[in-house]
Design a protein around this ligand. Structure first.
Ligand code: SF4
Ligand code: SF4
Length: 133
């Protein structure tokens, strides 16, 4: 097991980070009407034959949304699952369009920074052995 996989999750640190951006991020999460209008503006969604896992809203809800729902009480397994969502499934290109102004890339970028704070991020060998695009 790598050092990255053994390190305990610092729940307090995650909660502190979540709390700092709570107003804006929780607003984004609660305003989402799950209408899927953002989906086709994401080239990764289109490239992956409209696989729902690549929908911008799916990615935000299943990363940052989960972190808020669980109030930061997450284990390393869940953080590792989120790693694929926020790095492999999104490149932060900013092309997704939401008619009510929800800014998905900033939510995913924030989820990345929380994961990074727990030493969860793609390793070089993962990036070269999997399709991250
Ligand atoms: S982010 Fe916007 S466009 Fe996408 S599902 Fe939510 S409300 Fe609809
Ligand atoms: S920022 Fe992410 S979700 Fe938005 S269009 Fe780019 S790859 Fe898709």
């Amino acid at each position: 097991m790598s050092h990255q996989e053994l390190k305990p999750v610092d729940t307090k640190q995650i909660q502190g980070m979540l709390s700092r951006k709570k107003g804006k991020m929780k607003r984004f999460l609660s305003y989402c009407a799950h209408c899927s209008l953002c989906a086709e503006s994401c080239f990764l969604y289109m490239e992956h034959h409209k696989d729902p896992q690549y929908m911008p809203s799916y990615k935000a809800i299943n990363s940052l949304g989960k972190l808020y729902r669980k109030n930061g009480k997450v284990d390393r397994k869940l953080l590792t699952e989120m790693k694929g969502i926020v790095w492999r499934n999104c490149v932060l290109c900013g092309r997704c369009y939401c008619p009510i102004g929800i800014h998905i890339p900033s939510m995913i970028a924030f989820a990345r920074s929380i994961l990074r704070s727990q030493d969860v991020y793609p390793q070089l060998d993962e990036v070269s052995s999997e399709s991250w695009l």
